[in-house]
Design a protein around this ligand. Structure first.
Ligand SMILES: [Fe+2]
Length: 258
C-alpha cells in the first residue's frame, strides 16, 4: 500500500543566548532536526505548526532557517501566535501553502492566528471554504493542520489560549465525512480526541513541554519531540511520537507566563 510520510514539528520558541522556561531551545531544535535528518529518506513532507521564534531576533530566524534547510524536503508552515512579523523571514519555504493533493489525501492549512492575541480563531468563511472543498472531492481524505488547539486540556492557564470558537469549529468539522485528521501545536503536548470519524491530534513541542489538568502553569519533564505521520491511500493513518534522548535543560519548577 502506498503512503505519504510526514514529519511534523512545532513550537520551537527560539531564544538566543537564554533559556525558554529552562530549556535551551537552539539545542533542542537542533536535536529534533538531527533525528529527522537521520531518516530523511523516509519523509515526503516536513510540516511546521508555528511559534517559531520567541525573541523575534533576526539571529534566531537565521538559526531557524539554517536548521530547517538541513531537511531537503518540501516544507509546509502555518503561523502561530508568536509569529508576529508581518512577513516572516523564512527562506526555503512559505507561510501560505497551497493545498497538497497526493496519495488520495488533501492537506489543507487553517490559519488560526489573530493579530495581537494569544488565543486563536477560525472564521466561518474559512470553515465553509474547507467544507465545500472536501465535500466536492469525496474521493479524497482530508487532513487539516493548524496552530491552535480545538480541545481543552483541563489546565485553565492554558485553555484561555485555545481557538476561541473551538466548540463550533470542531463540531462543524466533525460533520465532514471525508475529513479524517486535524493536527495542531500550541499546547506543547501530545493529545488525542475523537468526534465521530474525525481524530484531533496535538503534538509535543521541540522546546518546553506543558501539562494537562493542572491548576498552575506547570511544565512536563518529558523530552522534546515531533510526530511521524503515515497517511495511507485507503484513508487509514498511523502516527508515532518520537522524542529526543536528552533533555536540553531543566524545566522551570514555577514557570512564569511567557
Ligand atoms: Fe502558540
Amino acid at each position: 500500500m502506498n503512503f505519504l510520510r510526514i514529519a511534523i514539528l512545532s513550537d520551537s520558541h527560539l531564544i538566543k543566548d537564554k533559556d525558554f522556561l529552562g530549556i535551551n531551545t537552539y539545542d533542542s531544535l537542533t536535536a529534533i532536526v538531527d533525528l529527522i535528518k537521520l531518516n530523511i529518506d523516509r519523509y515526503d513532507i516536513i510540516m511546521i505548526l508555528g511559534d517559531l521564534v520567541q525573541d523575534q531576533n533576526e539571529d534566531s530566524f537565521e538559526f531557524f532557517n539554517i536548521q530547517l534547510s538541513r531537511l531537503k524536503k518540501k516544507k509546509l508552515i502555518i503561523r502561530g501566535n508568536h509569529d508576529i512579523k508581518e512577513n516572516l523571514p523564512i527562506n526555503d519555504f512559505f507561510e501560505y501553502n497551497e493545498d497538497i493533493i497526493s496519495n488520495n489525501w488533501i492537506l489543507i492549512p487553517i490559519e488560526s492566528y489573530v493579530k495581537n492575541k494569544i488565543y486563536g480563531e477560525v472564521s466561518d468563511s474559512k470553515l465553509w471554504d474547507i467544507r465545500s472543498k472536501l465535500i466536492n472531492q469525496p474521493s479524497l481524505n482530508g487532513l487539516i493542520y493548524m496552530h491552535h488547539n480545538l480541545f481543552e486540556t483541563n489546565s485553565d492557564w492554558l485553555d484561555i489560549h485555545i481557538t476561541r470558537n473551538f466548540a463550533h469549529i470542531r463540531s462543524e468539522l466533525s460533520k465532514i465525512s471525508n475529513l479524517r485528521l486535524v493536527i495542531s501545536g500550541h499546547i506543547h503536548q501530545y493529545t488525542k480526541n475523537i468526534i465521530s470519524n474525525l481524530t484531533f491530534l496535538s503534538i509535543p513541542s521541540t522546546s518546553a513541554q506543558f501539562t494537562s489538568s493542572t491548576k498552575e502553569f506547570t511544565l512536563d519533564k518529558v523530552n522534546p519531540g515531533y510526530m511521524e505521520l503515515e497517511l495511507y491511500d485507503n484513508g487509514e493513518f498511523k502516527y508515532n511520537i518520537i522524542r529526543t534522548k536528552s533533555s536540553y535543560g531543566i524545566p522551570d519548577i514555577s514557570p512564569k507566563p511567557y
